[in-house]
Design a protein around this ligand. Sequence first.
Ligand SMILES: C[S@@+](CC[C@H](N)C(=O)[O-])C[C@H]1O[C@@H](n2cnc3c(N)ncnc32)[C@H](O)[C@@H]1O
Length: 345
Amino acid sequence: MEIAFILSLEHETLPLAELKAVLKAEKVPYSIKNRFKGLIVIDIPDEYLAKDHSKNILNRLSFTHEVFQVLLTCEEEKLTQEVQKYAWKEIINDEFAVRIKKRGKSSTNTLELEKKIGSIINEQTEYKYSVNLEKPSVLIRIVLLDGKVFLGKTILKISKKHFYDLKPHKRPFFYPGSMSPKLARCMVNLTMIRSKEKLLDPFCGTGGILIEAGVIGAQVVGTDIDPKMVKGTRENLEHCHINNSMVFQADVRTLKLPYKIDAVATDPPYGISASTRGEESHKLCGEALLSLENVIKEGGRICMATPHYMEIKEFLKGTKFKIIEQHHIRMHKSLTRVISVMVKT
Ligand SMILES: C[S@@+](CC[C@H](N)C(=O)[O-])C[C@H]1O[C@@H](n2cnc3c(N)ncnc32)[C@H](O)[C@@H]1O
């Protein structure tokens, strides 16, 4: 079965990397069929979509907007012809709507095309079900790429409400420098953590990363050197009803745990003061990785955010960690954030 993912255009590489990590973590066998800017089409065995839990799996994605089952693909000029030939009676079983998204330089009037396709489907189904633009039960999604069209039935629209409702300043405990919930979720996903596994953030701050890991069902372990942050993280986790958590004060450099951690997602302090140019935090990050080697299981992943001037590869010399991938996020003229994914070999 061909499934298409409408990806966010906010970042060049993170949306696809996140999707691949989630599919791999959840053991969904797949092969990539088509790849465009903002749209990726994969092939997965039919039974994977029949399972109800697959929606929960896909729901954890932060840089994907929508998932649809591909029904037809054609050149844009042949679209109406192909829609006329399609067996809509097998697909439309309730009120429906047609929605179009552009992911290329198409000059098509989308409103007109939506109406046109809607009326062809209506005709084909002998007006048994009406068009409902407000709350359709069946959503027919069309994506226009440069000259090419993907048409399908929406399986899942990923709600972004959670990310808006839980913006750092809306949580009970706020401290400047908190990471956006969307990026935090993406980092958690890049670790390939699964529900019930243990994820650690050893620089937990206000708990943003832990909240996102908790929401997708992981057991969360948070530590911070600052007792104020420990208290604040506890408050924030409670606010988000994340009970499966352990949060305590610890210096990452001497962190000891009575169990092994499955994954780490973390955002260490940057120390961007001009005088030190991050020298202190540079040393701290190196020592943190050495310490984390003892708490994470073999094959466990670390996803870490660092500023561009911190050479993370240097820290890995002599450790069992290997960099798998890196993503660059330009924050402003003088700061690029680097998201590195490492694995303990
Ligand atoms: C950039 S903040 C983390 C922000 C967090 N991601 C959030 O969304 O709130 C870094 C945190 O590292 C903590 N920290 C600094 N040095 C530490 C150390 N040696 N061990 C543990 N935590 C430390 C600071 O107290 C701070 O809360």
